[in-house]
Ligand binder design. Structure first.
Ligand code: CA
Length: 414
């Protein structure tokens, strides 16, 4: 169920707060953990836990005899070369099969879903959309021993602080009786259950919806969907309000004056000539706070996104994911997702090798793409926009094939 490159799998709600103040493990900061045997990391971390007052039986259940999982290291060190176009992601996310399976799964737990919606005031179709994208409605939760995965990541060292914080959260989960050691199955990166929560998010946001004392996001749909609803509610979900509107940009739209983080009322966007693709703005719409999101450049579908979109990003920080959930929800509710069309399939996002070449060429041409790492982040997008402005293109910052070709040609002419 790995979906879209470039976004962190589940992390979210206040993960940073958990990482702050974290004790370093047994390995000095900056050391390459794999320089020491796994057992040295394991025994050092076990004594850290004991020193922090974690019950000996819990430490033993987590770490005794544990060995690293080579698959986890392999996955962690594999950088995907291909950047999946958003239109391909959305096609998969909102496939007919996923819509049908979601309708069937919802029908099976209709009363629970209504109860969750009422308690948390989060729209049930959205919750089912998340459920569908995270675990195919509970069918695909991952079979990795999450303790082993996280211990492997901690030892490997690239994300030790993150992994050790998750292991501490697991000790807490077991101590409080929310879950048992044997429950802890999930993805290679530590995302667990039907909601694919990492342990720290679980501790902060998972709920015991049916009141049996366990927060069973693996087997209990009420606990799982209640936990997702609680996360969204705490992230500012606005009940029965929209997530986004697909819009049309006016001729001559001022791309240079736009940035992805810019937040304005819909009324202000409308004054710039931005209209919904169908119908008109309602009076309620005009007061909404919105960002303009253009995921595939100027000549592609564009969206105004609202507070609920930002809440979905707290679940999973990806524009494609948030749109996928919202389109799925729309399909459940209205029988038709009304998916955006007119994606620039002849202008796909460039791959990592091309991105590195692009960064190097931009740097030679006097722009500042930040690092030359093949990852298109804010600095590279800013350099792209500068290049576009200087060369008569709309400065949309989209790292597509057309832009790549233009930069390569300019670099060759130098
Ligand atoms: Ca429960």
């Amino acid at each position: 169920m790995l979906d879209f490159e470039g976004f962190s799998r589940r992390l979210v709600a206040h993960g940073g707060a958990c990482l702050a103040g974290l004790a370093l493990g047994a390995v000095p900061a900056g050391a390459i953990a794999q320089d020491i045997p796994f057992t040295a990391w394991r025994d050092g971390f076990a004594s850290d836990l004991r020193n922090d007052g974690v019950d000996e039986a819990i430490v033993a259940s987590m770490l005794d005899g544990l060995e690293p999982d080579p698959t986890v290291i392999e996955r962690d060190q594999t950088q995907p070369e291909f950047v999946r176009p958003i239109w391909q992601y959305l096609e998969g996310a909102v496939s007919d099969a996923r819509v049908t399976n979601g309708q069937n799964a919802s029908a099976g737990i209709a009363d629970t879903l209504m109860a969750v919606e009422e308690r948390f005031e989060v729209d049930r179709h959205i919750l089912v959309g998340i459920w569908g994208l995270e675990s195919a409605y509970g069918e695909i939760q991952g079979n990795f021993d999450v303790v082993r995965s996280l211990a492997t990541l901690a030892w490997e060292g690239r994300r030790r602080g993150f992994a050790e914080a998750q292991l501490r959260a697991i000790a807490d989960m077991i101590d409080r009786g929310y879950a048992s050691r044997d429950d802890l199955l999930g993805s290679w990166a530590g995302a667990m259950g039907q909601t694919q929560f990492i342990p720290a998010t679980y501790m902060e946001r998972a709920v015991d919806f049916d009141g049996d004392g366990r927060r069973d996001i693996w087997r209990n749909e009420g606990d799982a969907l209640g936990s997702a609803a609680n996360l969204l509610a705490r992230a500012g979900w606005e009940y029965r309000q929209p997530v986004f509107t697909e819009i049309t940009l006016p001729q001559g739209f001022d791309f240079a004056g736009w940035s992805e983080g810019q937040r304005r009322t819909v009324a202000e966007w409308a004054a710039q000539g931005i209209d919904p693709v169908s119908g008109d703005w309602s009076a309620d719409d005009l007061y909404r706070s919105a960002r303009l999101v253009i995921p595939a450049g100027a000549n592609a579908p564009a969206f105004l996104v609202y507070r609920n979109f930002e809440a979905l990003l707290r679940y999973n920080n990806s524009t494609a994911y948030a749109l996928g959930v919202a389109y799925l929800a729309r399909a459940f509710e209205h029988g038709d997702a009304g998916m955006a069309t007119g994606w620039p399939t002849d202008n796909p996002p460039i791959n990592r090798t091309q991105s590195r070449e692009l960064q190097e060429a931009l740097a030679r041409l006097g722009y500042d793409p930040g690092g030359l790492d093949g990852v298109v982040g804010p600095n590279t997008r800013s350099a792209i926009r500068d290049f576009q402005s200087a060369n008569g293109f709309e400065p949309d910052g989209y790292a597509g094939l057309a832009l790549y070709n233009a930069v390569m040609a300019a670099d060759a002419d130098e």
